[in-house]
Ligand binder design. Structure first.
Ligand code: ADP
Ligand code: MG
Length: 397
């Protein structure tokens, strides 16, 4: 789960990280009083969407010459004018994809005098199994480009979970970021604070890009991106208040209500599969035969008829879906439950696209019988290879 920049900064502030003052607003009418509450004379109007690259992004509705999604303003009037221009429009950045994201809230923030822009992130490094700092002097820009072109400018510092951030870790980061004076002093509290925030909040990513050295020599967190590890949701009731459903895919929200592992994709073949591994293979084989999956979906082990029905409805509700492939290897999952779920869903929402079903395993005979008797126009398949070829063929027609 992702949160907005202003929420991430509020969270980091509780750990003592230096962030600017700021106010989140949902309508342009709030812009003036928000700016009035800040010290000025420099303000920044920042689009709050769950995607980076906002500064260099472009608004769809505004001309190519219009400014991006992060704008400096030198007066309160400018803050208000920018807020009016930005709110409600669609921001397209490198990370949003061509469709872009509608800007429904802005963060009005105190402007900083920037001397240097650095990069700092925390993530779980799977190679070492440790939470690691990834830092670079090349901040503010596209870190993927830095990794590509000058990988030697990115330094990784792994943290031992037994000790937490050690003075040696801080020295390594300080050296890598070429910090001195007040900034080096600030580093002693900032990096342990970021680590503590990361661990205590079960983050999977904390990215500060840029972390800045200000003209006065001190450090400040100027941008913050936080992703939480959904597997820890059970112990973070507070996440519910931070969730912004307008940033999430409607189909994924619906799926999460039924505890379905569903990820929306761009293709046109809807997939209903049990088991994450089988779901991955199903997507691979669809691609092998020249088509694209519309989703990843693992209905899970002992899914109920209701769950299967919900899953099927989510798939059929996607207008991009031109064919559906049900691929079930019944181990714990029973094939007859799948068949009943599919039929219940079709009764409710109808079936306008070809449906290929491959069933194997527990109660497969009963499952096939149920489908046969239903009168549904099901194309049945013998194995995964056969199923994939049949559905790819069917959507081509
Ligand atoms: P994004 O990464 O989505 O483009 P950032 O928050 O990193 O958004 O902002 C982009 C750039 O805008 C920063 O690299 C920085 O140069 C400038 N900027 C952002 N916030 C401020 C601020 N409070 N004061 C001054 N400049 C800022
Ligand atoms: Mg940034």
């Amino acid at each position: 789960m992702n949160i907005h920049e202003h929420q991430a900064k509020a969270l980091l502030k509780t750990y003592g990280a230096p962030v600017a003052e700021g106010v989140a607003i949902h309508s342009a009418d709030e812009a003036e009083s928000a700016a009035n509450s800040l010290p000025g004379p420099l303000y920044v109007v920042k689009s709050q969407i769950h995607a980076g690259g906002r500064g260099k992004g472009k608004f769809k509705e505004l001309g190519a010459d219009a400014k991006g999604g992060v704008r400096l303003a030198k007066s309160i009037d400018e803050v208000v004018a920018n807020a009016r221009e930005m709110l409600g429009n669609t921001l397209v950045t490198k990370q949003t994809g061509p469709a872009g994201k509608q800007v429904n809230r802005l963060y009005i923030e105190d402007g900083a005098d920037i001397a240097r822009e650095l990069y700092c992130s925390l993530l779980v490094d799977r190679a070492t199994g440790r939470v690691s700092f990834v830092v670079s002097t090349e901040g503010g820009m596209d870190i993927e480009a830095v990794a590509e072109e000058t990988p030697e400018k990115i330094i990784t510092v792994a943290v031992d979970p037994d000790t937490g951030v050690t003075p040696e870790n801080i020295d390594s980061i300080t050296l890598a970021l070429k910090l001195d004076g007040d900034a080096a002093e600030d580093a002693k509290s900032l990096f342990p604070a970021l680590y503590k925030a990361f661990v205590e909040n079960d983050m999977s990513l904390l990215e500060v890009n840029p972390l800045i050295v200000m003209e006065d020599g001190h450090l400040r967190v100027l941008d913050a991106k936080v992703s939480f590890d959904n597997n820890a949701a059970f112990r973070h009731e507070e996440w519910a208040d931070m969730r912004d459903l307008s940033e999430e895919d409607d189909k994924e929200i619906e799926a999460s209500k039924y505890d379905l592992a569903y990820v929306a994709l761009d293709g046109n073949i809807g997939c209903m599969v049990n088991g994450a591994g089988l779901a991955m293979s199903t997507m691979d084989i669809i691609k092998l035969y020249g088509a694209e999956p519309a989703n990843f979906l693992d209905v899970g082990g002992g899914a109920s008829k209701e769950k299967v029905t919900a899953a099927f409805k989510i798939i059929t509700a996607d207008p991009a879906v031109k064919g559906i492939l049900v691929n079930i290897f019944g181990g714990i999952m029973r094939c007859d439950v799948i068949a009943e779920g599919v039929i219940a869903a079709v009764k409710e929402v109808g079936l306008e696209v070809p449906l290929v079903v491959r069933l194997e395993g527990t109660r497969v005979k009963e499952g096939k019988e149920i489908l046969d008797k239903s009168g549904l126009n099901v194309i049945s398949a013998d194995d995964l290879d056969d199923a994939a070829q049949k559905i790819v063929e069917a959507v081509k027609k």
